[in-house]
Design a protein around this ligand. Structure first.
Ligand SMILES: [Zn+2]
Length: 95
């Protein structure tokens, strides 16, 4: 057992180290914390990693029909979206 890995609690932010991250992930999983898919990078994130920002994203349902869903964005992605909560740009009229 490596003693350099700190003890994690449910709700802690993920650490950088690989071993520490797995330790952290196990604690979150054991606590029943459900991960949510970030609508920007599509990576699974714990609630504490998500920002307040939500974006609309186009998904396809099982029949291939486009559906627009609003979903959360992780804190890393939120910093790359300066106006994520602003009104969407006007759709160009293509006739
Ligand atoms: Zn993300």
């Amino acid at each position: 057992m490596l003693d350099s890995i700190p003890e994690f609690k449910p709700g802690d932010m993920p650490p950088d180290g690989y071993l520490a991250w797995h330790e952290w992930a196990e604690v979150q999983r054991a606590a029943g914390i459900e991960q949510v898919s970030c609508c920007s990078c599509c990576l699974w994130q714990t609630p504490q990693e998500l920002s307040e920002v939500t974006i609309n994203t186009i998904m396809r349902d099982r029949l291939g029909k486009k559906i627009e869903i609003k979903g959360p964005v992780c804190k890393k992605c939120a910093t790359k979206i300066p106006s994520a909560n602003a009104a969407p740009p006007p759709v160009p009229n293509l006739g």
